[in-house]
Design a protein around this ligand. Structure first.
Ligand code: ZN
Ligand code: ZN
Length: 267
């Protein structure tokens, strides 16, 4: 950026802020889930307000009560459970990713929000869920020293039918918050597959075998730590197959970030 551009930017910045404040006064922001007005002081991160955000009531309803959780799969564990190499839910699973960072369990209001965030016009809700994750899990995300953020991709035919993809919106917001590149398109789904939700665990693995591949731009990925982002983690098969493709392309480490983890009794 040249000195002139910097000067222009500095001089119009207060006007931009004033314009934004006036717009928000006339059209106060609302919660994308319950549509209540959100207070103007709302959520602040590093001195800057972030938007869109869920209202305090929705946010509080979505967050699980403070309890121990397994870093490997994101599920809740008892106070005395040994979780160094996973918990009873995931110890037998061969996960290739290192760990899961999530907002909560796929239950109650968080489940409703995740389902609704998939809707065609619901990208503000998906973005608000990403901001909720950032506000709750910022320390965990920062500690992983992420280099690039990659959404779990869809097959191109699904993009034609529905442009909005919750995982992509969530990953774009997280990339902005982390100040790291958004690697949309680096990982591709190269095989069309039926919906995973109707399949058993064994069929899910078969269904997604060799379904993902990395584009030939490995410089962005080789030796890097990737944050792989999706809206929901069910059995971990999709995240695992994406991780397999990323590691094959030279990625050093994959951390999974999702809004919600589905408990075993809801799968
Ligand atoms: Zn709300
Ligand atoms: Zn576990």
């Amino acid at each position: 950026m040249s000195d002139t551009q910097r000067l222009i930017r500095r001089s119009i910045w207060p006007l931009t802020q004033l314009g934004r404040a006036a717009f928000r006064f006339v059209f106060p922001p609302s919660c994308p889930l319950c549509h209540r007005d959100v207070e103007l002081h709302e959520r602040v991160d590093l001195g800057r307000s972030i938007a869109p955000v869920l209202c305090d009531l929705c946010s509080a309803d979505m967050l699980p009560p403070p309890s121990r959780c397994c870093l490997r799969c994101g599920l809740l564990v008892g106070p005395h459970a040994l979780i160094d190499d996973g918990c009873p839910h995931c110890r037998s699973q061969k996960f290739r990713f290192r760990r899961v960072i999530r907002v909560g369990l796929y239950d109650n209001l968080l489940r409703t929000a995740c389902i609704r965030a998939k809707g065609t016009t619901q990208s503000p809700l998906a973005a608000a869920l990403a901001n909720l994750m950032w506000l709750q899990e910022q320390e965990e995300l920062d500690a992983e020293r992420i280099d690039v953020i990659v959404p779990v991709p869809r097959h191109w035919t699904r993009r034609l039918v529905k442009p909005h993809h919750a995982a992509e919106t969530i990953s774009r917001v997280l990339a902005r918050r982390l100040g790291k590149p958004h690697g949309r398109g680096l990982l591709r789904k190269i095989k069309w597959t039926p919906d995973q939700s109707d399949l058993t665990a064994a069929h899910r693995k078969l269904n997604l075998k060799e379904a993902f591949a990395v584009r030939s731009r490995p410089r962005l990925l080789v030796g890097k730590t990737v944050l792989l982002v999706d809206d929901i983690l069910t059995t971990g098969t999709t995240a695992n197959e994406c991780t397999r493709a990323l590691l094959h392309a030279g990625v050093a480490k994959v951390i999974v970030a999702v809004v919600a983890v589905v408990p075993p009794n809801s799968r």
